[in-house]
Structure formats: structure tokens, C-alpha cells
Design a protein around this ligand. Structure first.
Ligand SMILES: Cc1cc2nc3c(=O)[nH]c(=O)nc-3n(C[C@H](O)[C@H](O)[C@H](O)COP(=O)(O)O)c2cc1C
Length: 183
């Protein structure tokens, strides 16, 4: 699958088939996160792949979202800020959050490439998710991803937001490129 197809085809899925994904595809998707840019080369991301159905049910409760509990695999993305904070002080936490997003997007695109689907679940009771997965105190939970096959395949959508709404030239709010690039 080419990058454009993966980018445009990715969408959040809340209803999955009962078919079990190949766990190797999920691990390869997690592997793609290693290639994301990381401030100072400090890799802060950790992923927990959960196939324990009891734990998956408990995680769904902590997300207060039933669909999370309907899959065979859940991936929980975590950040360990320690090294970036040591290197960059308070800004280190900002970097760790930013690079979590970059790494997660790699993961999402790879999931898409494998024909799998997920939804980025950002709402959960963090302390309780940490307890379920025995995640240490100094590690933050970034997001929860239930993984499966989409129940009913949707067609790739057109862009959700116009380019005009996100792109400015030379000054914030300026929507015209100007003379220099007329050719
Ligand atoms: C940081 C973040 C948190 C999110 N949390 C949730 C969530 O808790 N539950 C959910 O169903 N979707 C959640 N989403 C998915 C968004 O609602 C979804 O990406 C958005 O509606 C755009 O749709 P799309 O993913 O199909 O492009 C979250 C997405 C992000 C980036």
C-alpha cells in the first residue's frame, strides 16, 4: 500500500469483526514507531500489547467505552519522560508528548497498511489502566488502541478539513502566497 492510500484510508473504527488479527502484524506496526523522530535521539515510547481478554475487558471499563472490550488485541502506548526531562527540563515533557504523537501516527499508518483498524482512545482513568497493566509510577499512558478488522469497510473519505483552513503564508492568518512564487 502506498503512503497516500494509507494516509487517506485511515479512519477511526468502533465496530470490529470477531475475526482475530495476526499478532505479528500488530508487532510489525509497533516496530514502525521506532522510526519516528525523537528529541536528542531519546526514545520515550513504550507499547504494551494486551491479549489477555480479562485485562482487555477491564481496560474497556476504565475507558468507559464498550467497543474497546470487543477486540482480541489492545495496544497501550506509554511515555517515559525521564530522559527527555533530564536533558531538556520542563520542555522535555512537551517533546515526549510530541514524539508520542509522531510514533503513534507511524503505528496507525502501518495498522492501516495491514488492513487492520483501530481508534485512538484518549479518554481513560489513567491510574486504573496503569494498575491493570502494572505500569510503573514514572510512566504515563498516552493512548489505548483496540485493534481488529473493521466490521463494515468504509470507502476512503475526502479530506476532513480544507487546506485553506490550516495553511498560512509568511504571517499567521495570511492565506495568499505572494508575488515571489507566482511562476
Ligand atoms: C488525542 C485523541 C484522543 C481521542 N480519544 C478518543 C476516545 O476516547 N474515544 C473515541 O471514540 N475516539 C477518540 N479519538 C478519535 C477521534 O475522535 C477521531 O480521530 C476523530 O473523530 C477524527 O476521525 P478519524 O480518526 O476517523 O479521522 C481520539 C483522537 C485523538 C487524536
Amino acid at each position: 500500500m502506498d503512503l497516500d492510500k494509507a494516509l487517506k484510508g485511515r479512519h477511526s473504527v468502533h465496530r470490529f469483526k470477531s475475526k482475530k488479527p495476526d499478532w505479528r502484524d500488530i508487532i510489525e506496526s509497533i516496530d514502525s514507531a521506532r522510526f519516528a523522530p525523537m528529541a536528542g535521539g531519546n526514545y520515550t515510547l513504550k507499547f504494551v500489547l494486551v491479549n489477555d481478554s480479562e485485562k482487555i475487558k477491564k481496560i474497556a471499563v476504565e475507558c468507559q467505552q464498550d467497543f474497546v472490550g470487543t477486540v482480541h488485541y489492545v495496544v497501550v502506548a506509554c511515555s517515559k519522560f525521564g530522559r527527555t526531562i533530564n536533558s531538556y527540563g520542563k520542555q522535555g515533557e512537551v517533546y515526549a508528548r510530541q514524539q508520542a504523537g509522531a510514533a503513534i501516527e507511524n503505528f496507525l499508518l502501518k495498522i492501516q497498511e495491514f488492513g487492520l483498524s483501530t481508534c485512538w482512545v484518549g479518554y481513560f482513568v489513567e491510574k486504573n489502566v496503569k494498575d491493570i497493566l502494572e505500569i510503573p509510577e514514572d510512566v504515563n499512558v498516552e493512548a489505548v488502541f483496540p485493534i481488529g478488522f473493521e466490521f463494515e469497510k468504509k470507502h476512503a473519505r475526502e479530506s476532513k478539513i480544507d487546506l485553506d483552513n490550516i495553511l498560512y503564508f509568511n504571517s499567521y492568518g495570511k492565506t495568499k502566497m505572494g508575488e515571489a512564487e507566482k511562476n
